[in-house]
Design a binder for this molecule. Structure first.
Ligand code: AMP
Length: 189
């Protein structure tokens, strides 16, 4: 391995698949932010399938359906990942939404973003008590979004079974912020 070899929690090959499907967009949505655009990965059927299979292989290493009962995805790109993982696993999906989008009574949690502030919400009856929830998103930056999503899952009665992202921006130390929770990142940059 060289310093150039992509690294991630599922090994260099999957890390390379995510890296190859990502475009860096400088100064979006604000000056100084390098936006990690994963749309090319989502649009590539073979690559997308590999990353979804990689997530399942990590959370259900023996192929049995006992690692989680439902998948929660964070708006909006997390929905893409969550729905695919849920379909492949044969379970349901729960959207964790931005403020004001859910039609029924919801729990909310506010947090700071790498570029701003936001609130996430989940229906208060989204989970059956004790249901094991795999939480997914596209990018882990400062960890504020993930922290709020994980908190909401628990406040709504779920048990966090795992947290997976396609990409982690290590310099923003989201993983440390979420500790002692475990983060599984297919690509760490
Ligand atoms: P954070 O709360 O700082 O960990 O930010 C994570 C959330 O914001 C995720 O839902 C990402 O989709 C989005 N995000 C933050 N920073 C970036 C970035 N540099 N590129 C792409 N998405 C980002």
């Amino acid at each position: 391995m060289t310093d150039e070899t992509p690294r991630g929690d599922s090994g260099p090959e999957l890390a390379a698949v995510v890296a190859a499907g990502t475009v860096d967009v400088p100064d979006f949505p604000k000056p100084g932010i390098v936006f990690k655009d994963l749309m090319p990965l989502f649009a590539d059927g073979a690559a997308f399938r590999r990353v979804i299979d990689g997530i399942l292989a990590h959370h259900r290493p023996d192929g049995r359906s006992d690692g989680f009962d439902v998948v929660a995805g964070v708006e909006a790109r997390g929905f893409v990942v969550a729905a695919a993982v849920a379909y492949a696993a044969g379970c349901g999906v729960v959207p964790v939404r931005k403020a004001g989008k859910l039609p029924r009574k919801a729990l909310s949690a506010s947090y700071e973003l790498e570029y701003g502030e936001a609130t996430l919400e989940v229906h208060e009856d989204a989970f059956i008590a004790g249901q094991r929830v795999l939480v997914v998103d596209d990018v882990l930056a400062t960890g504020g979004t993930a922290g709020a999503a994980l908190e909401l899952v628990e406040r709504a009665g779920g048990t966090v079974a795992g947290f997976t992202v396609l990409m982690e921006l290590a310099f923003l130390k989201g993983r440390e912020r979420l500790s002692p929770r475990t983060v599984h990142a297919l690509l760490t940059v």
